[in-house]
Design a protein around this ligand. Structure first.
Ligand code: ADP
Ligand code: MG
Length: 469
């Protein structure tokens, strides 16, 4: 008692900076260098009045982390240095303004004892990665997307509060999954500007996670996502084969779900068909609502084309719209691509948009489908998917998994590009065309009996098509 009031007296003679430096000195031996640099050095002392020390933290997330992990240590330290009566007030720096001008009486209201620091709830600044182009307004309704769209709309008005948690949207390439799940994010931000909404593809999530591992920041990474109100992850099928990322995602999922935060996922197939994904995840994906998006019928395709044409400021006759919509049937991205190409063809040849030009354009689209996909792209995708060094696929290695990867890449090159057998062989370390034929027949045969190979090929195709448009 005596001791602490004595130290309190000396403290009074000191300013906030030297007091905080003393605290840092006391804290340092109790934590690792990394923790100290990450969580304590960024704290800025602002002011000391009586036994109240005000410090500034860089973000809400930062505060939550500190509160959860170092509250006891900080309380103990503050009491040692400033006395048992000492209190700590946190101010969160959300804007770029200098700390001093930000501090106000309002913040002071939140000054509590260091035992239970409280800060003003404020929205954290970060990039949501949502593309504002995707809205409900320009998402055309159709039979094929009815359920998914209705659920998406319900969620936008009540994120985390419906039984559609998670919302799991699945369907083929170019059918509007990304559009729909981003529309939810945009609408939620519009309805509830304070909600923390983030959208990202599974690939970006995985890359960020790997970077976090390399820089020793897995906890920060995980906590960042656990702190979201709405987490939207696209193409979740790409978690297959990534055990560590799956494991981390499992924990993030649980935290968010338990605290009734909204989770929205998309995939190219329903959860039960995501072979190779942790069973715990598959079962969780089915907790909420699983909704498919089916290819649009002719009527919907015409409506979509009409809307897109309007958006581009084009006037196109009903006959031409119908022709395009009947020719391109399985992919809305291609429908859109056809319109853009039609517009380009018309302006290049300074011709009117007529049926002949539409026919020519539709033909070109069919050829583009193959031209856009390159052997390089296929090789890259196969290697990254199977975790194989790209150089190995080209050299002489006869290791089983490399041979298989090479054969798969050759097979897909034959299937998805217009390249000759000779060209394909050259791309894989100058191999003979007969080697390519052998690879293709081997994969063909395997496929007949091996369901997991079929699924692997289908995932790879999706990925290649996605990265080639
Ligand atoms: P996916 O993620 O399923 O591969 P996208 O969401 O990327 O497909 O959709 C491909 C393109 O088609 C996008 O430009 C999107 O805006 C458009 N699109 C898809 N569905 C619709 C729809 N129902 N109404 C309007 N545009 C759509
Ligand atoms: Mg998509």
């Amino acid at each position: 008692m005596f001791n602490s009031s004595a130290s309190f007296k000396t403290a009074e003679l000191k300013d906030h900076v030297s007091i905080w430096n003393e605290c840092l000195k006391a804290i340092k031996p109790n934590v690792t260098q990394m923790t100290f640099n990450t969580w304590f050095l960024p704290i800025i002392p602002l002011e000391l009045t009586d036994s109240l020390l005000k410090v500034q933290l860089p973000s809400q997330f930062f505060w939550e982390w500190i509160d959860e992990h170092y509250n006891t240590l900080i309380t103990k330290t503050i009491h040692e240095i400033l006395g048992g009566e000492a209190k700590l007030a946190y101010v969160i720096n959300e804007e770029e303004e200098p700390a001093e001008t930000k501090y106000s009486l309002d913040n002071a209201k939140h000054a509590l004892s260091a035992d239970s620091p409280l800060v003003e709830e404020k929205k954290q600044e970060f990039e949501s990665y949502l593309n504002p182009r995707y809205s409900f307004d320009n998402f055309i309704k159709g039979e094929g997307n009815q359920l998914a769209r209705a659920a998406a709309s319900a969620i936008s008005d009540n994120p985390g509060g419906t039984s559609f948690n998670p919302l799991f949207v699945y369907g083929g390439v170019g059918l509007g999954k990304t559009h729909l799940i981003q529309a939810i994010g945009n609408k939620i931000l519009n309805n509830f500007p304070d909600k923390k909404v983030i959208y990202l593809s599974t690939d970006i999530f995985t890359v960020e996670f790997v970077e976090a591992i390399q820089s020793n920041k897995v906890n920060e990474f995980s906590n960042f996502y656990r702190n979201m109100d709405v987490l939207i992850i696209d193409d979740i099928q790409f978690l297959i084969g990534k055990e560590k990322t799956q494991d981390l995602f499992f924990h993030i999922f649980n935290t968010l779900h338990q605290s009734q935060k909204q989770i929205i996922l998309s995939s190219d197939k329903p959860p039960k068909d995501l072979k190779g994904l942790d069973d715990r995840l598959i079962s969780r994906f089915q907790w909420g609502l699983t909704a498919d998006i089916q290819p649009p019928d002719l009527e919907t395709r015409i409506a979509i084309l009409k809307r897109k044409a309007e958006d581009y400021g084009m006037t196109i006759s009903g006959e031409i719209l119908e022709y395009i919509a009947s020719s391109i049937t399985s992919n809305i991205r291609e429908l859109e691509g056809c319109l853009i190409k039609l517009l380009a063809n018309a302006s290049l040849s300074s011709k009117e948009i007529n049926l002949d030009l539409a026919k020519k354009t539709v033909k070109e689209i069919a050829t583009d489908r193959k031209i856009n996909i390159t052997i390089e792209n296929i090789t890259k995708t196969v290697c990254s998917f199977l975790n194989i060094d790209e150089n190995k696929i080209r050299d002489k290695t006869r290791k089983k998994e490399i041979v298989l990867a090479r054969q798969i890449a050759m097979y897909l090159s034959k299937d998805l590009t217009k390249s000759s057998l000779k060209t394909i062989g050259l791309h894989f370390g100058g191999r003979d065309h007969s080697t390519v034929i052998h690879a293709c027949t081997t994969i063909e045969e395997f496929q007949q009996t091996d369901k997991s190979l079929r699924e692997l090929l289908s995932s790879l195709k999706t990925k290649i098509e996605l990265s080639s448009t």
